[in-house]
Design a protein around this ligand. Structure first.
Ligand SMILES: Cc1cc2nc3c(=O)[nH]c(=O)nc-3n(C[C@H](O)[C@H](O)[C@H](O)COP(=O)(O)O)c2cc1C
Ligand SMILES: CCCCCCC(=O)C(=O)O
Length: 369
């Protein structure tokens, strides 16, 4: 008899998990997990950008001593794929983020825990068996935000990932049409006791954004203050332009995550793979640059690393694995992606991560042909 967390035989690639998750989740939960902002242009572009990049195979390479190990901010990772922060794992399984962190640990993958997790950051950290980072949304109440940072430090998180691209909840029409309503901020496990007077709603004839809501939104000063307040490595997630990358470095951050939030905030932002080379050029090796958005294949991981990313994160695929087979599904999604990535390395002649560079990308010009 099939057990609750059995991996279905037909789940052989990440796209299978998406199809199976749609069958198992409520329409509201599937809309929340899978959807993007407005017309979902960016959501589509994130995926299409990988389809346009071709790879250049090599044969008969020497692979002795090869591997995928890397060090980021003094922490060791077996391979350069982490679970991106995603909110509300309780929509997938009642065990929520506990199931995810067990799955990530089984696959020996790093995981970034969302501020908006359904369990507390302390409950999740207790079950971690692989590097764990905390994703911070700067709250309107800065004292509360400082306490969150203290809690993450005390619970043993290895880095702080400050998400800066979502100061507001954008209109996500797919969610709205399905009837998904997010919980109130103060009902989130990590935010109990938080009081905010600033809610972005507007009656007819009122401005939605310009009636005080933004007076308390995060700004660059907050990053400077966070830099002073914590010894944890500090990453900014949601950097898309070289100007913001430069500002981030001036504020002393230790790393950047090129991300458009999986196309869930500002629709019409370009694909992350397309902006990655510009950010890498601007950063010029001063800090590691990670990226997320649209990674669904091991070849996508290879393409991102070839264009300068130190590591990648995956969002939706982890949630689909969780919905389909709990911890086993999360682990299987990560294992599939890692295995595909290693195969792609071998077939492009890369024995180690250091070997992955622009030479693995096929250019349709004389040099490649
Ligand atoms: C359901 C869902 C919830 C998310 N919640 C968060 C969050 O709480 N914090 C955050 O920084 N990013 C959040 N993200 C964005 C992801 O961290 C990541 O940037 C995005 O999912 C990457 O794109 P991908 O889903 O194509 O891999 C969320 C994404 C999804 C799909
Ligand atoms: C103000 C934006 C809050 C979004 C919270 C969760 C998230 O990041 C996502 O759903 O995406």
């Amino acid at each position: 008899m099939a057990q609750r967390f059995d991996i279905p035989a037909e789940a052989v690639a990440l796209e299978d998990y998406e199809r199976l998750a749609r069958e198992r989740l409520s329409p509201q939960a599937f809309a929340y997990y899978s959807g993007g902002a407005a017309d979902e242009l960016t959501l589509g572009w994130n995926l299409q950008a990988f389809e346009r990049v071709k790879l250049r195979p090599r044969v008969l390479t020497e692979f002795t001593g090869g591997g995928t190990m890397l060090t980021l901010f003094g922490q060791t990772f077996d391979y350069p794929i982490l679970l991106a922060p995603t909110a509300h794992h309780g929509l997938a399984v009642p065990e929520a983020e506990l199931a995810t962190v067990i799955g990530a640990g089984g696959a020996r993958a790093g995981m970034v825990v969302s501020t908006e997790s359904d369990l507390t950051l302390e409950e999740i950290a207790q079950a971690a068996r692989a590097p764990l980072w905390f994703q911070l949304y700067i709250q309107h109440d800065r004292g509360f935000t400082r306490d969150l940072v203290r809690r993450a430090e005390a619970a043993g998180y290895g880095a702080l990932v400050v998400t800066v691209d979502a100061p507001i909840h954008a209109f996500r029409n797919r969610e709205q049409r399905a009837g998904y309503t997010p919980p109130k901020l103060s009902e989130h496990a990590n935010l109990r006791g938080l009081h905010t007077r600033h809610v972005a709603t507007a009656a007819l004839g009122e401005s939605l954004m310009f009636r005080g809501f933004l007076d308390v939104a995060a700004r660059w000063d907050d990053i400077a203050r966070l830099r002073e307040a914590t010894g944890l490595p500090l990453l900014l997630k949601g950097i898309i332009t070289p100007e913001d990358a430069e500002l981030a470095l001036r504020h002393g951050v230790d790393g950047l995550i090129v991300s458009n939030h999986g196309g869930r905030v500002l629709d019409s932002v370009p694909a992350t793979l397309d902006v990655l080379p510009g950010i890498v050029r601007a950063v010029a090796g001063r800090v590691p640059v990670l990226m997320d958005g649209g990674i669904r294949r091991g070849t996508d991981v290879l393409k991102a690393l070839a264009l300068g990313a130190s590591a990648v994160l995956v969002g939706r695929p982890g949630l689909y694995g969780l919905a389909v087979a709990g911890p086993a599904g999360v682990a299987h999604v990560l294992h599939l992606l890692r295995s595909e990535f290693e195969i792609a390395m071998v077939l492009t002649g890369c024995a180690t991560l250091a070997d992955i560079g622009p030479q693995v990308i096929w250019r349709d010009d004389a040099a490649s042909a």
